[in-house]
Design a binder for this molecule. Sequence first.
Ligand SMILES: *Cc1c(COP(=O)(O)O)cnc(C)c1O
Length: 360
Amino acid sequence: MTETSLLTLDLDALASNHAVLKAAAGGAEIAPAVKADGYGLGAALVAGRLWDEGARSFYVARLSEGLALRASLGDRDATIYLLDGVTPGAAPAIEAARLTPVLNSLPQIEAWNSHARGRVLDAALHIDTGMNRLGLRPEEAVVLTGAMDRLKHVNLTLVISHLACASEPDHALNARQLSRFTEAAALFPNARRSLANSGGIFLGGDYQFDQARPGISLYGGGPRDLPDARIKAVATLEAPILQARVVPRGESIGYGAAFTATETTRVAILAAGYADGVPRAAHPRGAMWFDGALRPMLGRVSMDLIAVDITDCDAARPGAMMQIIGPDRLVDDAAAAAGTTAYELLTRIAPRARRVVKGG
Ligand SMILES: *Cc1c(COP(=O)(O)O)cnc(C)c1O
């Protein structure tokens, strides 16, 4: 029993998802995205297990994440790609931690090339194929190949691009991005190629190239932002019941009196709220799994408390745990009910929770 929320991280489920993605990726290397602290689950924890499962390359976003991951991996000699690339002043720290920057612009290429002068340092190159976020435009890549001295001190090991709509297989942008990427990557024939995130792996063999970069589906979210039978829940978040009470017909529950009982209603008050990762928008469609069924949330999240309908449920007593997300309340379903995505729910998961690791 526990008096706060409990976050159980199932590393065997993580390993199973890794195996599923690897099998689906048609021989491409699986290079997990472990940015945002491993999507909220703990980057050191997930990278450690994924290393044991055979992963040798990882992606982080921020320099600070790359430094922390390098330290946590110790003498395990992984390639750590830094998606933010060479931000101003960062080159010495990137080199010292043996991170591989993903060069996102001509100025970043200039910064890394001039930092590397007298030596040759590895880097990846990001080509933007339609997302207009990071990366060289395809026409800039063409300019670059006409001025290869700009890469004189750079060993370009990998060319990447990122799909905007990989979770929607029928979206027309997927094929457009694929063809732009194929064309642009051909300008750098000695570099390996990487396009697919979780969703991209399932778009078919054309999208898989040499390396795939899954994140969300390693951590339990489906590749199409929907539950997927092949992907297992990795994070289980539960919270204890503090009290069971009866709300008479006609009375309301919680802040804003947002729910009024139309019948006499048995309610469990749960020790969970914002600091346990439940968003305000969980009202009015949120639900918790308990005693074999989904039980609707009643009224708003009240900072640290949530009311749940337990009419017809005798098992609800103080100390019993309700599942907020997990194998019986999949993160994609909980996210959809709250008008958000598994990405947001996981990265904001339970700062207050007691963490327990299961498996491996
Ligand atoms: C975050 C990220 C990924 C992983 O995406 P998922 O949708 O979580 O699988 C892959 N590539 C890049 C460039 C990313 O930023």
